[in-house]
Design a protein around this ligand. Structure first.
Ligand SMILES: [Zn+2]
Length: 54
């Protein structure tokens, strides 16, 4: 799968509003920063066991 935002290979597949989208880690973090209040991020976070950095 290819990243939805750039030409790199997607590292993560996220489902948002019923649509599956592939994103690279850079864009995933970017989206996470923008949508940090969204419920789906929390679910995804648990799945990926992401190393959070301040
Ligand atoms: Zn990307």
């Amino acid at each position: 799968m290819q990243c939805h935002y750039c030409d790199r290979d997607a590292d993560v597949a996220v489902e948002k509003d019923g649509v599956k989208v592939g994103v690279c880690t850079d864009h995933f973090r970017e989206q996470m920063a923008e949508l940090e209040d969204a419920d789906w991020i929390e679910e995804l976070d648990e799945q990926l066991d992401i190393d959070r950095r301040e």
